[in-house]
Design a protein around this ligand. Structure first.
Ligand SMILES: [Zn+2]
Length: 180
């Protein structure tokens, strides 16, 4: 079995077990999880990738948005895979422990949004959350969000989760904060 390595040598070999032979997948599919990646600009990547790996950034990469997949950016042609460990920012959709960034322009985390909905009970809609937390009101997604895209889908998913918790009523509210 051929091992899949990230640009800094992180072993992504576990991927092979999930999708054997996938490193030969089509150009637009993540060589690790097999999901279709979203095109991303080198401009975006340069703000995310560790300084010592900048020379490996190029046009033509894609962003993998699978939460469980370690790969963030991939180019199957050149066999270059940037894993979470190769970045200097946390990729919110691939993190489960606080802080989980949602809106990179305004620095809003999942915990901020969940707190507004569940604990403060002030927000019911995307508009409320935009007004109260500032999430989804930035204009620099291309430069600040690892996907190079707007955070709206992520914000909406967090709102749904928060509303579900609030509907369920009493009990301890999980805001993604973990204390060991
Ligand atoms: Zn992937």
């Amino acid at each position: 079995m051929r091992r899949l390595l990230s640009v800094s040598g992180v072993n992504l070999g576990a991927c092979d077990a999930q999708s054997p032979g996938s490193i030969h997948a089509q150009a637009d599919m993540c060589g690790c999880c097999g999901a279709v990646g979203l095109p991303v600009l080198a401009l975006t990547m340069r703000n995310m990738v560790r300084d010592d790996l900048q020379s490996l950034v190029d046009e033509g990469f894609r962003f993998c948005s699978t939460p469980e997949c370690q790969v963030v950016y991939f180019d199957n042609g050149s066999r270059r895979y940037f894993s979470k460990a190769d970045l200097k920012v946390r990729v919110g959709i691939k993190e489960t422990e606080h802080p989980v960034p949602v809106c990179y322009c305004l620095g809003v985390t999942e915990a901020d949004i969940l707190r507004a909905i569940v604990e403060n009970g002030c927000c019911n809609t995307l508009e409320d959350v935009k007004h109260y937390t500032g999430a989804r009101t930035g204009r620099e997604c291309r430069l600040k969000n690892p996907s190079g895209r707007c955070c709206e889908a992520h914000v909406r998913s967090v709102i749904e989760r928060g509303l579900a918790v609030r509907r369920a009523g009493k009990g301890h509210v999980r805001t993604g904060q973990t204390h060991e």
